[in-house]
Design a protein around this ligand. Structure first.
Ligand code: HEM
Length: 213
């Protein structure tokens, strides 16, 4: 427990926590997107995927508990870093000296993170914590995206998720040591590819379902 307190107490320890938990979310998003792509296969394919996922039983519960622990760590450490950075820098820099500089994604990280948190609560209330006795998960998703407001919310939030993922992916790899100038262009391309995959992969699904209903 002592090592945890001293790690969280230092700036680099906090950044390390953010990087490791952030990479965990990148893994989750990739797996979630791969599973959700079965929506393109229609009702049978998506319901079969969801059923298979739930047959994992205790393993799924373990992964869900892991996700919750990662979320608590990521959010609380993020808030601590945000406060620490604000207090350390009462006068804002005219120019940011961090490698990679200030980008739209980097500056908006705390705000995009907050929007994602609110979205995840909304998302779970709609798709996870619902009565599934007389319906299927495909019907739940289809009737949600039959409402234009839901499509608009999901598409907008997927742009926010893509922005957060773009800087998060790049920043996590930097923290873990991939900060040699030689690797910088490759990391930039990788983070852009990942954010496009997340933005377009998730963002096009509600539109496809809405047009097909
Ligand atoms: C178009 C985009 C998305 C669709 C259609 C979608 C669909 C779903 C569905 C149907 C479930 C319930 C699965 C089940 O209980 O069988 C679910 C769970 C979940 N989704 Fe999404 N999702 C989308 C985007 C996202 C994004 C961007 C995030 C995170 C930022 C996310 C986070 C979660 C989480 C944390 C769960 C709970 C997982 C679990 O309890 O095992 N989803 N999603």
């Amino acid at each position: 427990m002592n090592w945890l307190m001293s790690t969280l107490g230092s700036s680099i320890g906090k950044k390390l926590m953010m990087a490791l938990t952030g990479l965990g979310f990148i893994g989750f998003l990739t797996a979630h997107l791969a599973g959700n792509l079965t929506l393109y296969g229609g009702s049978e394919a998506f319901n079969a995927y969801a059923e298979k996922l739930h047959t994992l039983g205790p393993l799924l519960t373990l992964m869900e508990l892991g996700l919750i622990a990662f979320a608590i760590t990521h959010i609380s450490t993020g808030i601590l870093l945000f406060i620490q950075n604000r207090n350390a820098r009462p006068v804002r820099y005219a120019r940011d000296e961090r490698a990679g500089g200030r980008t739209w994604s980097s500056v908006t990280m705390p705000y995009t993170g907050f929007i994602i948190l609110v979205f995840v609560v909304f998302h779970l209330l709609n798709f996870s914590f619902v009565d599934k006795t007389n319906t299927t998960i495909f019907e739940i998703v289809s009737s949600a995206f039959a409402r234009p407001l839901y499509v608009a919310v999901y598409v907008s939030v997927m742009i926010v998720v893509a922005l957060h993922a773009r800087h998060g992916f790049w920043s996590a790899l930097q923290t873990l040591g991939a900060n040699h100038p030689k690797y910088m262009p490759t990391l930039m391309v990788l983070s852009l590819v990942f954010s496009l995959m997340v933005g377009l992969g998730f963002g096009l699904l509600p539109i496809y379902i809405a047009l097909r209903v």
